[in-house]
Write a protein that binds this ligand. Sequence first.
Ligand SMILES: Cc1cc2nc3c(=O)[nH]c(=O)nc-3n(C[C@H](O)[C@H](O)[C@H](O)COP(=O)(O)OP(=O)(O)OC[C@H]3O[C@@H](n4cnc5c(N)ncnc54)[C@H](O)[C@@H]3O)c2cc1C
Length: 377
Amino acid sequence: MELSAEQHQFAETIRTFCAQELGTLAQRDAVTAGGTLSNSPQVLARLAELGWLGVSLPEEYGGGGAGFVDECVFLEETSRGLAPITGYSTGLTAAQTYLKWGSELQKKTIVSNLAAGRLEAISLSEPGAGSDLGGVKVKSVRDGDEYVINGQKTWCSAAHVAEHLLVLTREDNSGTKHQGLTLLMVPTETPGLDIREIETMEPHTVNDVFFTDVRVPASNVVGEAKNAWKQLMRGLSVERVIIAAMSLGSAQRSLDDAIAYISEREQFGRKISSFQALRHRIADLATDVAFARSFVYDVAHRIDEGLEDSLAQESAMAKMRCTEIAKNTALEAMQMMGGYGYAREYGMEAQVRKSLAPPIYGGTNEIQREIIAKSLL
Ligand SMILES: Cc1cc2nc3c(=O)[nH]c(=O)nc-3n(C[C@H](O)[C@H](O)[C@H](O)COP(=O)(O)OP(=O)(O)OC[C@H]3O[C@@H](n4cnc5c(N)ncnc54)[C@H](O)[C@@H]3O)c2cc1C
């Protein structure tokens, strides 16, 4: 699938923006409090001003009205350009569920929030329910015109900076583990909600979320009560391709930086880029990235054609392979940059850290392999 001239132009414009505004470590430090924020309000505000946030979301709710391919261009290029907006992809994922199942008010709220640079979060995982999400225990009880929520969620990206959490709760225990689940839209300012950082190898990204008698109106149910599983299972292809497109951008960045570095560095009286051991690795990595790009945009294009529900295998392949390519490219780039690859100044250590979580979240890559195998065997 070939990008249109406008899409190439969009990619080029984002690339130039990132190079000019976020091209140096000093610039990135300035908008992330010295690298301690994974979401920069300033950068989100600038991107909103430019009209690039929510580019693929429907215009009637405040989005840009373009296609998912355009969204992938945005995700790839902002990831390549090191834009500190990690929560945007989480919001975009949440938006897919709201758009399919939410009320008109929910759709308008979420889409216009994202387009304005405000973030949204999605809270499914619990301490005892990760890959096996059907094991969720956070309880919701209908009480008149309200729901009361109690329990603990974990690993919630961007909860600390989001406007709402899209929370998977158990309303009914009487059926199978995939029955009786209800999705609720919970404003993060609601009394009884306690959001606490989980310290990881990255700047503040993920959180534990504790619910103590948290009350939301019954109109905050997203879709149909007790039917969340079916709702969540639709839309997974888009989530996987969102992660794939960001990983593609990240892999491209590691490759760009490795090429730039080895083209300058001299040892033994020559550029280290003249050593075959490094040249062949660059060739392999560039091949991986080129294959990944073709595949991701092909799947994105098919999503734009309305085939989303038949892309379980392809979207799992895209998520699994692109996240692994990004991780391998960052690790290989670090090795090719020698000691400097390990230094904060050169940026590759951040690329390595950033590449380790995507094979785990959004459904681990073991689970993606199960999905692929299931489609074949
Ligand atoms: C940085 C980060 C951000 C995250 N953001 C969010 C978020 O915003 N919202 C949210 O709800 N969650 C989020 N998560 C949680 C993430 O989705 C889970 O970590 C993931 O689904 C795995 O669950 P777990 O950690 O409980 O691991 P487990 O499910 O316990 O898995 C442990 C290991 O066992 C393997 N395994 C488990 N079951 C199988 C199986 N059937 N076959 C083969 N292997 C298997 C897994 O692949 C893994 O290697 C995030 C996680 C991270 C690290």
